[in-house]
Design a protein around this ligand. Sequence first.
Ligand code: C5P
Length: 218
Amino acid sequence: MAGLVVAMDGPSGSGKSSVSRGVARALGLRYLDTGAMYRAMTWWMLREGVDLTDPAAIAARCGEPEVVSGTDPDGPTIHVDGVDVAGPIREADVTGAVSLVAAVPEVRARLVALQREIVGDGDIVVEGRDIGTVVCPDAAVKVYLTASPEARALRRSAEVAGSTVEAQREAMARRDTLDSTRKTDPLSMAEGAVELDTTDLTLDEVIAEVLRLVKERT
Ligand code: C5P
């Protein structure tokens, strides 16, 4: 029998990473951060000097880098051509450009195929924007995390040194618009997904609610 797949989608700052890793740890599952893969591809494109305003230029090069994701929830890793990029992919230059790269259909086709390979027989929590809709439409448990724009901006500005809540709110709104209006695999709630608003919940409360859902659906 195929193993459990938990699909965790939602916008940035909704709590996906912390919740996904907590759920994976509690259930002894693997964990895959698909956003890190789009960030890794963006980091490589920036390093190569690819013009990110030109989707054809991105499409032409996106088959080149080797992107490797580790799936241990206690220490997920991400390498591009053997280089550890866990730090650089969180920098502002990558965050500001990733939605442009992620909107290119050839990039998505390549990374979705890689993600499905990693998911394999399951026993994994997968977080992203299109997991329940595209990558793992048969996932037993699909969660769509949301939170108010204020809560999301507050969380992100606490994580990113030197940023203000207002700057984060604006940057997130821009990224949300790009991610939910792109033609290929936009951010949207999957059929059968359960929406969880995390605005007024603690991390432990959200994890407990997802664990309850897993129990109910498996
Ligand atoms: O989750 P994170 O904020 O790290 O994702 C970075 C970006 O990668 C998103 O803003 C989105 O453009 C893209 N992404 C995506 N599909 C996914 C995961 C992330 O398009 N499954």
